[in-house]
Design a protein around this ligand. Structure first.
Ligand code: URA
Length: 224
């Protein structure tokens, strides 16, 4: 089973095989590897077209709809979840079920709207029984997410839950150890890992921590 670093390397290799030159690792000695995203000029529509009727991994066998993502193609703020659940699979839209309604409330509390942000997932097809996506599924799907990030070029990405944070951090992380800390995802793009709304439905006392994280983003983006 590939580890998170291999998932990440495979994503970059995949992008290279697609002729993309604007994502690369800075591996200079003594520096943490860093993603550089240099102004790709493809649109979200181009990426959706390339994704097509995707059968790149086994999740395609179980899905009703691909959940590509939705929102403002020029968004400053992007939310990234784990993968579609049943409601999302049936509708083809991200975060429309119970957890999605909570995410919509969080976005409204941030003095913005779903239409003004962009919402996507690590994988675009529902894992059976809402299990966590497997590494090979993430390997297949994350390159499309990276291209979406590059096309949108948000100022802040919010990863929701441990699987989303792990995929974006390029290593398996515990959400409790990364939550609430702004870090550099790529040049000009900050990453804020926080709890998943589905976790908050089970642990409402931790809504307070997510609200602290969102307030840091509101300050950074001047959303007040
Ligand atoms: N949970 C996710 O991670 N993504 C969705 O789109 C819905 C629920």
């Amino acid at each position: 089973m590939p580890d998170a670093l291999n998932v990440f390397k495979s994503s970059l290799s995949y992008l290279e095989t697609r002729g993309m030159r604007y994502v690369r690792l800075d591996t200079r000695a003594g520096r943490e590897p860093e993603i550089m995203i240099e102004g790709g000029n493809e649109t979200l529509d181009d990426i959706r077209t390339d994704l097509g009727d995707c059968k790149r991994c086994g999740l395609s066998r179980f899905r009703t709809n691909i959940v590509f993502g939705e929102g403002n193609p020029d968004a400053d703020l992007m939310f990234i979840g784990e993968g579609p659940g049943e409601d999302e699979d049936l509708s083809g839209r991200p975060f429309v079920g119970k957890a999605g309604r909570l995410l919509t409330d969080i976005i409204a509390a941030m003095k913005t709207t779903r239409e003004n942000v962009y919402i996507a997932n690590i994988v675009k097809c529902r894992p059976p029984g809402n299990r966590t996506p497997m590494d090979d599924e993430v390997i297949c799907c994350v390159p499309f997410l990276m291209r979406q990030i590059s096309a949108i070029s948000p100022r802040v990405i919010v990863s929701l839950g441990a699987p989303a944070a792990s995929a974006l951090f390029n290593k398996k992380v515990k959400i409790s150890s990364v939550r609430g800390r702004f870090c550099d995802f790529a040049q000009g793009i900050k990453l804020m890992p926080t709890f998943h709304p589905a976790y908050l439905l089970r642990n409402p006392k931790d809504k307070r921590l997510v609200w602290e994280d969102m307030q840091k983003i509101m300050d950074y983006l001047k959303l007040r």
